[in-house]
Design a protein around this ligand. Structure first.
Ligand code: AMP
Ligand code: GLY
Length: 458
């Protein structure tokens, strides 16, 4: 089979890597891909949202299955366009992808189907926000459309909430969207990402994972696309997974089918586990990034087979097996991410990192330039390792991370800390190790020091 993967991040490298292991796959293309996908696939210079050019390429190359990574092309209707031309494609249609592209649509769907979520109000003018502020202190203000993770403000006071509402409604920082926003109750708890393969009727849950959305250690700093993940997470035990399937995924699939917009692809529920009950914060219509880099290395069943069972609506009969181990992914970003950062920094140590047993280096913002691999985005690499426990996989991932070096690189030193700190034996060790990681100089910094340059702080 010939496969086309659309996108250029760590998630797409992980997808191409997993599919390259399938006996049925003869060739993989990645559009536009990165320096990592170039090692296992052929990169094609077409941007992920250029749907006509992607379709033309798929028809010309007789692609057997196209897999869409990011939300942009899904929201623009890539699946509908491919299907019209008889092309097999894994992902939801534009109408089904609205579960991610409109937060208001998702909230109303949850209300209709009784899916547990934070109490909310949809508002279109500042007076309604002032009214909501009468009864709520801590709130979350959300823009309606896709905002690349920047459309959510968590507000501790009424003043903050009104300022956020004002930014969306009056200053229109995202331009002319639906003209409406959501204000919802703040939920206390721990977050988890539960993704499921879906064929319109059936949902089969993947191992639950936990992302680390904030830029800095201890969940501080601005929100990012995700700075690391591990799976499975103990905060979603097996019993809760069954509850999530029954009370979240199945009602949503049923309702979307009734609306004649059945959901095929990966449905991702971003959850807040509050007092041991799962509440949906958001739905995504695709694989998560970096969750995928932690989840797929644990998948034992052929990914292509599973995807075909989704597009062919035979998922119910498809067995999906998971390795019983744990995987952790540490994201290495460019200094300054998620704000301003520089690109074009030469990356060293990739081969050494890849040689660590059980470690895999997924590329995200990288490209090859004059024979060298250089940084080319905010999130540059995702270093995953597999081991028996979260503690061991995290340790191994950091061993690999420490081989890699480029100017101004930044990464969190505490991936998996919530899970690890739940185990009493490893609590003490992790504190020492996090401090060690924070104090250690990267190979790049050691070189700079030798050359007499002072150490830069992040
Ligand atoms: P979302 O894009 O809706 O997942 O929101 C982005 C982030 O904002 C989430 O990962 C949470 O950290 C936070 N968040 C969103 N909604 C809530 C809520 N109702 N209560 C607490 N935190 C929230
Ligand atoms: N890791 C968060 C996301 O993929 O949306």
């Amino acid at each position: 089979m010939k496969i086309l993967v659309i996108g250029s991040g760590g998630r797409e490298h992980a997808l191409a890597w997993k599919m390259s292991k399938s006996q049925t796959v003869s060739k993989i293309y990645c559009a536009p891909g990165n320096a990592g996908t170039a090692q296992i696939a052929q990169n094609v210079e077409i941007q992920a949202e250029n749907i006509p050019a992607l379709l033309e390429f798929a028809l010309k190359e007789k692609i057997d299955l196209t897999v869409v990574g990011p939300e942009g092309p899904l929201a623009k209707g890539i699946v509908d366009e491919f299907q019209k031309q008889g092309q097999k494609i894994f992902g939801p249609t534009k109408a089904a992808a609205m579960i991610e592209s409109s937060k208001i649509y998702a909230k109303e769907l949850m209300k209709k189907t009784g899916v547990p979520t934070a109490g909310y109000r949809i508002i279109s003018n500042i007076d309604e926000a002032i009214e909501f502020a009468q009864n709520h202190e801590k709130t979350v203000v959300k823009a309606d459309g896709l905002a690349a993770g920047k459309g959510v403000f968590v507000c501790s006071t009424k003043q903050e909430m009104l300022a956020a509402a004002n930014m969306f409604l009056q200053e229109k920082i995202f331009g002319e969207t639906s003209g409406k926003i959501i204000i919802e109750e703040f939920l206390e708890g721990e977050e988890a990402s539960v993704l499921a393969f879906c064929d319109g009727d059936t949902a089969k849950l993947m191992v639950p994972s936990q992302d680390h959305k904030r830029a800095f250690d201890g969940d501080n700093g601005p929100n990012t696309g995700g700075m690391g993940a591990y799976a499975p997470t103990p905060i979603v035990p097996e019993k809760m997974q069954k509850e999530i399937e029954r009370e979240i995924f199945l009602p949503v699939l049923l309702e979307l089918k009734k609306r004649q917009t059945p959901f095929t692809g990966v449905l991702y529920a971003g959850l807040m586990i509050s007092k041991e009950k799962p509440f949906v914060l958001e739905f995504n219509a695709r694989f998560g990034d970096p969750e995928t880099q932690a989840i797929l290395p644990l998948l034992e069943t052929d990914l292509v087979k599973i995807m075909l069972s989704c597009t062919n609506k035979t998922l119910a009969g498809q067995k999906i097996e998971w390795n019983k181990k744990t995987a952790a992914c540490v994201v290495i970003a460019s200094g300054g991410y998620p704000q301003n950062f520089e690109k074009g920094k030469t990356i060293s140590g990739l081969n050494e990192a890849g040689k660590i047993d059980g470690a895999i280096v997924f590329h995200a913002g990288t490209k090859k330039e004059n024979g060298k691999i250089v940084s080319n985005g905010g999130r540059v690499l995702g270093v995953t390792a597999i081991a028996g426990t979260v503690f061991e996989s995290v340790q191994k991932a950091y061993n690999a991370v420490e081989k890699i070096s480029f100017e101004k690189m930044q990464y969190r030193k505490d991936i998996g800390w919530r899970a690890i700190s739940k185990t009493t034996i490893e609590k003490e060790k992790i504190r020492t190790l996090i401090n060690h990681r924070r104090n250690r100089l990267s190979p790049h910094e050691i070189r700079e020091k030798k050359q007499g340059h002072p150490r830069k702080t992040l």
